[in-house]
Design a protein around this ligand. Structure first.
Ligand code: ARG
Length: 463
């Protein structure tokens, strides 16, 4: 319970009995929102400076409060002040310490302010810097992928649909798909900054205040861009929390898809890539095992992040305006999601730097499953001027023939091909070449080596 200098709660004049101790334990958010102490103090400093500028508090009181706040900050950093669960939250904790340090004048700090606008200001400031941090971490991921792509332009692998061999692709093209995803993630986080740059401070509990405050002053002081426009909405709004949780969920989902694919390719059945020893774990019973646990961690954590998003959506769905205690839980979700996403991105970066491609196996697999069948259909359309559907049927017959004879396109004799489509000539043989297939995919966004080289240049300029 938050207590003032006389060891009484700030509401003791009104509420006469001590609160249920069970509730006190669960109702305190200090263990969670102590992470906001710097933001909370910065917010109070800006508020107090504004109060003085507007002649709401005296020069002397302002200086006393600033002295106290700075002292609290330094002592928390030096661990000379410890957080203590008896306080309801970080705001009551700081206010209480201020009373301890400067006495009664601490009571001026909460003029024209409520914890309702205080907490959202703190959280927005925190989220702003963490959003920028995530964007920078993603920049690193993108750089690593581009480097890896550059080394693998000519690495040929089967592109899959339904996990069945579909058409040959360059491994770089596959990797660059993730650059697109992470770029979209970055942009999503960047867009979130718009709302995070609207200053909520000064809306009070829900109606604004009768004091002649200058909200634009704190907007500037706290490095916001604009000032929120409706006090009731401001106190009730947690869209920016949802935006962060949603953006994090999408980003985690991208990481998870990559992780899943790497798990499959690293399996003994596929054996397309090998993870270095620093990104695998062993088994307690099977001495031969090298398990891709870090990848599984990435996939698993994504579920927890979705959980945070859905629980926040659920908290908000039936909540009338404006402030309710239910909202207090937003911070735990934001902090947990941030911690998880940050470590996930760092682990992703580490994995990307620590795997080897099994090029031989990639080619071997590419030679299975008649992976150039679409190229052959296209060739027939071009050379024999058949409608695509007719060409498709010719190739389907040839595939069936190969399956019966246990052959690949590559080891067919010309007379066997002619039996199915007499108008085809020797030129058809080059169509079965994997490299040619990739080279031919010159359409914008396609897997041709030339496209990939251009895209790598573009991405390098962008990031
Ligand atoms: N600890 C509270 C939260 O995080 C601060 C706002 C409290 N406001 C109130 N009216 N109880 O949401």
């Amino acid at each position: 319970m938050a207590k003032n200098k006389n060891n009484q709660t700030v509401w003791s004049a009104r509420i006469k009995k001590n609160r249920s101790s069970i509730y006190d334990k669960v109702g305190s958010s200090l263990e969670v929102d102590k992470r906001l102490f710097k933001e909370d103090i910065a917010c109070s400093i800006a508020h107090v400076e504004m109060l003085h500028k507007q002649k709401i508090i005296s020069f002397k009181v302002k200086n006393k409060i600033l002295f106290g706040l700075n002292r609290i900050k330094n002592q928390i950093i030096k661990k000379k002040i410890l957080f203590d669960r008896k306080h309801e939250d970080i705001h009551m904790f700081v206010e209480n310490k201020l009373f301890e340090i400067i006495g009664e004048d601490a009571g001026y700090v909460h003029t024209a302010r409520s914890r309702n606008d205080q907490v959202i200001t703190d959280l927005k400031i925190w989220l702003r810097s963490k959003t920028v941090e995530i964007i920078n971490l993603l920049n690193n991921t993108i750089k690593i992928i581009i480097k890896k792509s550059n080394k693998n332009i000519y690495t040929i692998m089967p592109g899959f649909t339904h996990l069945k061999n579909a058409q040959p692709v360059s491994f770089a093209h596959y990797l660059l798909a993730y650059v697109e995803m992470f770029n979209r993630d970055k942009n999503r986080f960047k867009k979130n900054l718009n709302q995070l740059l609207e200053n909520p401070l000064g809306v009070g509990a829900l109606t604004g205040t009768s004091f002649n405050i200058d909200r634009n002053y704190t907007t500037k002081k706290l490095k916001f861009k604009t000032t929120t426009r409706n006090s009731i909405d401001t106190v009730s709004d947690r869209d920016y929390v949802l935006d962060f949780l949603y953006s994090s969920s999408v980003c985690a989902m991208h990481i998870s898809r990559m992780a899943e694919e790497f798990i499959i390719w690293n399996s003994d059945a596929f054996n397309l890539l090998n993870l270095n020893d620093n990104v695998v774990t062993g088994s307690s019973i099977m001495p031969q095992k090298k398990n891709p646990d870090p990848l599984e961690y990435l996939r698993g954590q994504t579920g927890n992040t979705y959980g945070d998003l859905f629980s926040m959506l659920t908290i908000l769905k039936g909540l009338p305006l404006s402030y309710f205690k239910d909202l207090q839980d937003d911070k735990k979700k934001v902090f947990d999601t941030y911690d998880r996403l940050k470590s996930s991105i760092l682990i992703t970066n580490e994995i990307l730097n620590n795997f080897k491609i099994n090029k031989k196996k990639m080619i071997e697999l590419s030679n299975k499953g008649h992976i150039t069948a679409t190229d052959l259909a296209d060739h027939i359309v071009r050379e024999l001027k058949y409608p695509f559907r007719k060409a498709y049927n010719v190739v389907a017959k040839l595939v069936n023939y190969c399956d019966q004879k246990n052959k690949n396109f590559n080891n067919l004799e010309m007379h066997e091909i002619k039996k199915i489509e007499p108008k085809l000539d020797e030129n058809v043989m080059k169509i079965f070449d994997l490299e040619n297939s990739i080279k031919s995919k010159k359409s914008f966004g396609g897997t041709s080596f030339e496209n990939i080289k251009k895209m790598i240049k573009n991405y390098s300029k962008m990031n």
